[in-house]
Design a protein around this ligand. Sequence first.
Ligand code: ZN
Length: 488
Amino acid sequence: MKSELVLYNTLTREKEQFRPLNPPFVGLYVCGPTVYGDPHLGHARPAITFDLLFRYLKEEGYKVRYVRNITDVGHLQNDSDDGEDKLEVKARLENLEPMEVAQYYTDRYHRAMDELNILPPSIEPRASGHIMEQIELVQEILDKGFAYESNGSVYFDVEKYAAQHDYGQLSGRRIEDMISNTRELDGQSDKHKPLDFALWKKASPEHIMRWKAPWSIGFPGWHLECSAMSVKYLGEEFDIHGGGMDLMFPHHECEIAQNTAASGHGAAHYWMHNNMITIDGQKMGKSLGNFITLDEMFTGKHKMLSQAYSPMVIRFFILQAHYRSTLDFSNEALQAAEKGLARLMTAIETIDKIMPGETSSVDVADLETRCRDAMNDDLNSPMVISALFDWVRIINQLHDGTQTISAEDLDRLRKIVHRFVFDILGLRNDDAAEKNDLVAPLVEMLLGIRQQAKANKDWATSDKIRDELTRIGIEVHDRKDGYDWSLK
Ligand code: ZN
């Protein structure tokens, strides 16, 4: 299969032609959530970025196995090797089993992803369900001599690894700088060197989640699960590994080191990282008071929000920026996105009202070429949206008769727009869905009576129907050939 897709590979810092190892199959692994709290804006961006990739690859004819994990064990506070497990802290506070916490927030995460119209991955493995695989991987790394056991815990020997391999190849950090920038160990740790990271931790007496391993009763280090589960489901080498830029170091760098230590080479050929979001120019954080969950976005219940924003507005807003650019959330920017999305959806409805002519004065192929070229250029969704907006103007001209289109081209235009807007960008026309329910036949009935009243020059009745509909949020637009209506 010939693909024109070019992706920016974080590993080589270059845009590269996408060449799958085993076409038409594509293996895609993305780091999923740690399930100890409500899904928030920070979860939306990677989910939407890799949903866009997943959808586009499938549209291009690839058979994609998309693996996105659930971290339910081993992710300690401050992403460190010491401290408490994030899930256990929550479980203790709420007097729950850790797996109850994981289940509850996994369900919440799935619900939010559904709202954002994110397709479920092909496989969603949990770290706690793959302890055996992780223990085996620790043993392999020990056997290869890149790890050591210390007081029941096992640590990855970073300096020994770096002497033979490139530790820092993904994040661009240099081992010399890392060594000089780390603090000396305080003598409390079982680690030999500050840069070493945990593969297996011996559980302290109060630690709840624990499994039996050759070295101690304990639990796996956080970086281990992705190395073990990606290889289990996608093979020792696979195509694409994705995640947020904040995971590049240490998480992804450690993943590469673990896989390389065990098998002699890294697992993923392309690494993709989405950039982070800011809120009113600031990093999002619980301590800054600008931490907004997706539920709060959808309901508007947060002191920083001046209104509710629908999941599709959030999705559209995120797609308006390239995934490698930073993205700043503000009420003004979201309101602009809301208006833009409404214009786009209205234009899509307008396509169905266009009367075709004998010939076309517009070039439909141009839209398709521009959208495909933009997607092929490292998933440039803002360029796709910009092409679509040029066509919103043209669609309106076709509707008011200043341009013409043949029946064949009109059908093609409808297909291209639907494919890019609904199938690839993954947007939904929620207004149309709402309109199609009970509301639509009732509004149509009232507007039919209004047309009758207008024909009888009964302006009082005609105005009353329009005003009453406006009052309940239904806008009526009079047109030469009849009327149109929309939900405000
Ligand atoms: Zn991961």
